[in-house]
Design a protein around this ligand. Sequence first.
Ligand SMILES: O=C[C@H](O)COP(=O)(O)O
Length: 249
Amino acid sequence: MTIRKLIAGNWKMNGSLGMLHELDGIAKATFNHPELDVVICPSFTLIAPAIVRQPDMTFGAQDCHYDESGSHTGCVSAPMLREVGASYVIVGHSERRIEQNETNEEIRAKTTTAIANGLVTIVCIGESRAAHASGQALPIIGAQLDGCIPPDATSDNLVVAYEPIWAIGTGNTPPPESIAEMHASIRDRLCLLLGSEGKKVRILYGGSVTGKNAEELMAIPDVNGTLVGGASLTAEQFVPIIEAGGRLA
Ligand SMILES: O=C[C@H](O)COP(=O)(O)O
């Protein structure tokens, strides 16, 4: 089965109005590769201006609340994201799990609300360096999937991103055979949780993806794209990743 690849850029708490010109080169590469999906997830404040700059590109957010509205100072809801034109949302990124103490239960609630509001939801999972070193990665990933994935999610509205925490922003990536083992295990779990839909859900790899390693990483079985942090911030670094995806599509 061929699964359409997704290249997602997570700008994290970076970027500014003055940097949106980077989207021009990214858009050009995106439109040259209609066989791929490309999404940029800037900060909340940049989503609307990014859409004004490149109205034909796809944009997402980096989080949303599990309630649709209410007394949650400083938070942003899924309907608000849809209203400004976001199509995707990332939930459960390890930086939020660690800094905001987000639990699997909250992440599942956010995923349910995001999907109900028409957002394609990228659920992040990944093990710590300590868990990796002690051989606990597989059970931890399994528990995160069991805890975070709503039972009625489908391949149209759910994406899973495997990001080993120790690979994020470090320049280190796991060996290809280890990524292959992890993605195969995630695929098996998704099939258990979602039945035949689990066979089609896109599983992204994230953690120190660059233009140099993207093709090798996306050639690994069951790696259906990438979630890119640092290298998504400029066209110079992100376009080669889009082109790598295009060569494999
Ligand atoms: O969401 C993106 C990931 O945390 C990866 O970040 P990175 O590409 O800077 O390692």
